[in-house]
Design a protein around this ligand. Structure first.
Ligand code: ADP
Length: 274
């Protein structure tokens, strides 16, 4: 509640009244504040790569374009930064579509064991195909033997798993093991992805799902991060009626958990195709 008092004062200096305005501004003020903060974040996030690109382009114009060693390097930086800005804008569009509800989920009944395995196989393939990988990793799977069927939007959910797996690799040391689990509780399917990476300090943990929040901005940026991956992932999982959270020990590693609503199939559902 916000109270604002004004004195009504005559020219003579005589005080003839008092006006008191009471308003419940907390909610509105919070929304305004969030919006201002968001616009300021977006501007800052775009200004940084643009400023850095301008200095590289300036250097090229000033003669570096003739230097056979420097020119390709400088061009590569501007290309990477452009790519990252495009990724950021696409992420922002996805977020805004999800918020406004224009991004509808296209849910279907999916075998989650297969989907999770498919995504992980893709990450195995990347590392197998690369002769000189920047970083190696190995993926361990601990999956329930029971086939679990869950209602979800395959494309969107694949993006969530990709984000979390990419982070697990990005924020892990070379040669780390990433352990993935899939199991069910009475009414939930739980997936977890654990890494042996740098971990997340306790004070940062509650914020990592916020837009643009990074523990180490410079590091995230260097690795092409936009700081939006987890914010999008959380929106998607919540739109599916689930939860996304993390546990972490600094210096030891992190575990990300996804819980999705799950109804075990009734016996007759398994037989209806005979
Ligand atoms: P980014 O593009 O920066 O990776 P995300 O939204 O995916 O953005 O993640 C937000 C931040 O959370 C990251 O910048 C990083 O500081 C932290 N983070 C996410 N995943 C991990 C992880 N597996 N280990 C350590 N830190 C992580």
């Amino acid at each position: 509640l916000h109270a604002h008092f004004s004195l009504i004062q005559r020219e003579s200096g005589f005080i003839s009244g008092l006006v008191c305005v009471l308003r419940d501004i907390t909610e509105q003020q919070r929304i305004d504040q969030d919006r201002k903060q968001f616009v300021s974040n977006v501007s800052h996030e775009l200004r940084t790569p643009l400023t850095s690109m301008r200095s590289y382009i300036e250097a090229l114009t000033d003669g570096a374009w003739q230097d056979p060693e420097l020119a390709p390097k400088f061009l590569k930086v501007t290309q990477d930064e452009t790519d990252r800005m495009i990724r950021m804008i696409n992420d922002l569009l996805t977020l805004s579509r999800m918020e406004s509800g224009t991004q509808k989920m296209e849910n279907e009944l999916v075998n989650i064991n297969e989907l999770f395995n498919y995504v992980l196989n893709r990450f195995d393939m990347i590392i197998e195909k690369d002769d000189h990988p920047e970083k190696t990793y190995s993926i361990k799977r601990y999956f329930t033997k029971r086939d679990l069927w869950v209602e979800l939007d395959t494309d969107r959910f694949t993006q969530v798993l990709d984000n979390i797996m990419n982070n697990a690799i990005k924020y892990s040391p070379d040669g780390g093991t990433i352990t993935c689990r899939l199991y069910e509780t009475r009414n939930k399917v739980i997936m977890s992805i654990n890494d042996q990476g740098l971990g997340i300090p306790r004070k940062d943990l509650p914020h990592i799902f916020d837009r643009f929040y990074r523990v180490d901005k410079a590091r995230s940026r260097k690795q092409g991060g936009t700081g939006l991956g987890l914010a999008i992932s959380k929106e998607v999982v919540e739109a599916l009626g689930g939860q996304l959270w993390a546990e972490s020990i600094e210096g030891k590693g992190s575990t990300f958990y996804i819980a999705l609503p799950y109804e075990p199939l009734a016996e007759e559902d398994l037989w209806d195709e005979v």
